[in-house]
Design a protein around this ligand. Structure first.
Ligand SMILES: [Zn+2]
Length: 298
């Protein structure tokens, strides 16, 4: 493990940006996790990959950054604790700027690679099927599909925002992929394992690691192929499905009840056949908040 950047901290030991490097020469891949301090599945996935690369070093070089926001990790929060800034809105950063801007600049400098991956968990209040979000076409979409994750989500605006890490990579001429799985604040070993297999398949696709099991992709969609269910009113949402469940039209996805007393006030049913890609995990909801998403399956 190498410390590639450090920052003096006002009241505890210095912040250190840790990098694990496996192999040597090209091609070069950089994988980042824990930009958000409470996204445990991303960290665990990268550590699982580290264990397998230790046994079987890659052809080429793999740089892993399992936890960027260590101080947020200490405190169980997504953002950088001192000034409550989102590290993933601080790119491309500034070596003479605030703490998050300096960390962002260091991360861009030390992820010089042909292919870069930023791994996240979902927000704490939703659980997401392990997925890769990619542009509508081009090399990044090919790389995204090679991961064989359960869901490929092609999005028109993906990676254009240069204040995010993936956008900053893209502007620097590197291929950048945005991977998400599970929910924040929670370690889900099944989702972490799925994410790790996706990362491994990417290395296989690049000729860097031997093949593992077959692709696990069940849906490859754009926005119009995703059915989004929002809360019809405020209440307590009880899901009846888990992410990854296959549903048919009319399948009960969950219901709304009154928080006090539990009277049922509404039901959610699937309108199309597909796979459940998002499920609300924090049941207290306001009207119009996200409850369930179903991605169309072929
Ligand atoms: Zn995140």
């Amino acid at each position: 493990m190498t410390v590639v950047f450090s920052l003096e901290a006002p009241y505890r030991r210095a912040y250190e940006l840790h990098r694990l490097t496996f192999g040597q020469g090209g091609p070069v891949v950089a994988i980042v996790a824990g930009l958000h301090g409470n996204e445990l599945n991303s960290m665990h996935a990268v550590n699982l990959l580290a264990s397998s690369l230790q046994v079987q070093p890659p052809r080429g070089t793999v740089h892993l950054f399992p936890l960027v926001n260590t101080f947020g990790g200490d405190e169980g929060v997504k953002r950088w604790p001192f000034d409550d800034r989102d590290l993933n809105r601080a790119f491309p950063g500034d070596p003479r700027g605030t703490s998050v801007e300096r960390i962002a600049a260091a991360l861009i400098e030390h992820t010089e690679a042909d292919v870069c991956v930023d791994v996240h968990s979902g927000a704490p209040h939703v659980r997401e099927l392990p997925q890769v979000r990619a542009p509508l076409s081009g090399r990044e979409l090919d790389l995204a599909r090679a991961m064989g994750l359960p869901l490929v989500w092609r999005r028109a605006g993906e990676q254009l925002d240069g204040t995010g890490l993936v956008g900053a990579w893209r502007r620097a001429g590197r291929a950048g992929l945005h991977v998400v799985g599970g929910r924040g604040i929670t370690l889900d070993t099944e989702h972490s394992g799925t994410l790790a297999r996706g990362l491994h398949r990417l290395l296989t696709h690049l000729g860097m690691s031997p093949a593992i099991g077959p692709a696990e992709t069940v849906a490859d969609v754009t926005r119009v192929e995703i059915e989004t269910h929002r809360a019809p009113c405020g209440g307590f949402f009880v899901p009846e499905v888990r992410v990854g469940a296959r549903v048919k039209p009319g399948h009960l996805l969950g219901y709304m009840q009154i928080p006090i007393g539990g009277d049922r006030i509404g039901e959610l049913r699937a309108g199309r056949a597909g796979v459940v890609m998002t499920v609300r995990a924090w049941p207290m909801v306001h009207a119009e908040e996200l409850l369930v998403r179903v991605a169309a399956t072929p």
